[in-house]
Design a protein around this ligand. Structure first.
Ligand code: BGC
Length: 484
């Protein structure tokens, strides 16, 4: 148990947003129901090839497309003030464009939004959470400049259709993961392996697409709808492996530039990539005989268009890393070689049920302070944070709840001691769901889902009942209450 004498109060600020998050492909199922078009994850999972655990798919997932009312019960049981979910682009626009609009898709999300609002729960809506319509991918997806206008049209359609009720918008979830897993390592859909090239192109277009959609909202909808638009950025916290090594310290700076600054700097600061990224990639590209840097450049008018295009900061935090300087062979372009780092997990950190997720609650406090200091002290929502259990997972997940509690304590310290402007917290996830390449083998839910039962039964874990207590009291239990 961690007690903390520095904190005078365990209460969160009045009006703090308490939420849980999900994503369309991970929960909805109904992959071809009622006119939905295929997306890249449908294609990727249907191709098999053992890229996903046991070749599992999101075809059924938690069945939320038909079982939304069961999800709503879970949300209400937690007492949440907010619920974050994503729209399936190809459920609304089967080929990605407004050429054909699927009314059944609109009806589904209208119901979700209306039910939330009728129950006093504020929706936070993500436009894109990894599930690009296949028809858009076929035109080059995020690697093609064309996507900027296509995404903007989709965003405009969503603002126009749902914006009278949705006030918190996220354009893109985790562009870092989309770029690196989708286009560098090829581990996620669309499964493209173009190391040192594809990720930079995809990221470049995602940043422009986000910025354009933000402008569309602000020029056409903001005045009437009075909402806010941002992008959800994931980042680990990072510290030098050897704190006395200047090389490791510099490597850590580079790592934060490559994982966090890549998106945060253009969007929150000045419309351009971190200088450290630009110089590293330019030098490596030159040595490899490329005619110009593999990192695309923003034109002057693009820089102006991009800077300042977020009304709040959305952070997805899961873990931290120790960073070591590492030189790579010159001839193979890759992100890691550009960055010249090696990521290490401190052996003292407990590992959750998923191998990459070392439990480092204090990392979030440091990262939040870093965001305050480097991004002009923005309003911050933690839009994802969670801990996986491996399947089969016990319903009494007391250790997992302890991780949640420790993380919330660090967030509270961030608010009270570091004066970071944190307005809300969304646990990942409401339900156990399709955990991308891990399929259903890793369980992130506050509610257990029985994927073998015909009605996909939802049952609360201990973490759900403990989280509900925090949500309804708007405070963490004090150390002496916990000893009772
Ligand atoms: C994603 C979620 C995912 C979670 C846990 C985040 O990268 O936004 O979709 O399930 O992490 O891996």
């Amino acid at each position: 148990m961690t007690s903390d004498t520095q904190l005078h109060s365990y209460a969160f600020p009045k009006g703090f947003a308490w939420g849980a998050a999900t994503a369309a492909y991970q929960i909805e199922g109904g992959w071809d129901a009622d006119g939905k078009g295929p997306n890249v994850w449908d294609t990727f999972t249907h191709q098999g090839g053992d890229r996903v655990f046991k070749n599992q798919t999101g075809d059924v997932a938690c069945g939320s497309y038909t079982l939304w009312e069961e999800d709503l019960k879970c949300i209400k049981q937690l007492g949440l003030t907010h619920y974050r979910f994503s729209l399936s682009w190809s459920r609304l626009l089967p080929d990605g464009t407004t050429g054909f609009i699927n009314q059944k898709g609109i009806d589904y999300y209208n119901k979700v939004i209306d039910d939330l609002i009728a129950n006093g729960i504020m929706p936070m809506v993500t436009l894109y959470h990894f599930d690009m319509p296949q028809a858009v991918e076929d035109q080059g997806g995020w690697r093609s400049e064309k996507v900027v206008a296509i995404f903007d049209k989709y965003a405009e359609f969503c603002f126009g259709t749902f914006g009278n009720r949705v006030k918190l918008w996220i354009t893109i979830n985790e562009p870092f993961i989309v770029a690196t897993y989708g286009y560098e390592k090829g581990l996620f859909a669309p499964g493209i392996k173009e190391p040192g090239i594809g990720a930079y192109q995809a990221a470049h277009n995602m940043i422009k697409a986000h910025a354009k959609a933000w402008h569309t909202y602000h020029s056409q909808f903001k005045e009437k709808q009075c909402g806010f638009v941002s992008i959800a950025l994931n980042s680990d916290w990072a510290e030098p492996l050897d704190p006395t090594s200047v090389a490791d310290e510099k490597a850590t700076e580079r790592h934060l530039a490559f994982i966090f600054g890549w998106f945060a700097k253009p969007i929150f600061i000045d419309g351009d990539y971190p200088a450290l990224m630009k110089s590293q990639i330019a030098a490596k590209s030159k040595a490899q005989g490329f005619p110009s840097s593999r990192l695309p450049e923003f034109k002057e008018e693009e820089t102006k268009m991009i800077m300042g295009t977020a009304d709040f900061f959305c952070l997805n935090y899961y873990t931290s890393r120790k960073i070591k300087h590492k030189a790579y062979a010159q001839d193979e372009p890759s992100l890691k070689a550009d960055e010249e780092v090696e990521e290490v997990m401190d052996p003292s950190w407990p590992i959750s049920g998923i191998e990459w997720l070392a439990v480092v609650p204090w990392g979030i406090r440091k990262l939040l302070k870093y965001i305050k200091d480097t991004c002009n002290d923005p309003i911050i929502y933690i839009t994802e944070n969670g801990f996986a259990q491996s399947d089969p997972a016990p319903l009494e997940d007391t250790l997992r709840w302890e991780y949640f509690r420790q993380t919330l304590l660090e967030i509270l310290k961030g608010i009270c001691l570091d004066k970071v402007n944190i307005k809300g917290y969304f646990a990942w996830s409401l339900l156990d769901n399709f955990e991308w390449i891990e399929g259903y083998s890793k369980r992130f839910g506050l509610f257990h889902v029985d994927f073998d039962s015909p009605d996909l039964l939802r049952t609360p874990y201990t973490s759900a009942s403990e989280y509900a207590k925090v949500v309804t009291s708007n405070r963490l239990p004090e150390p002496d209450e916990m000893q009772r």
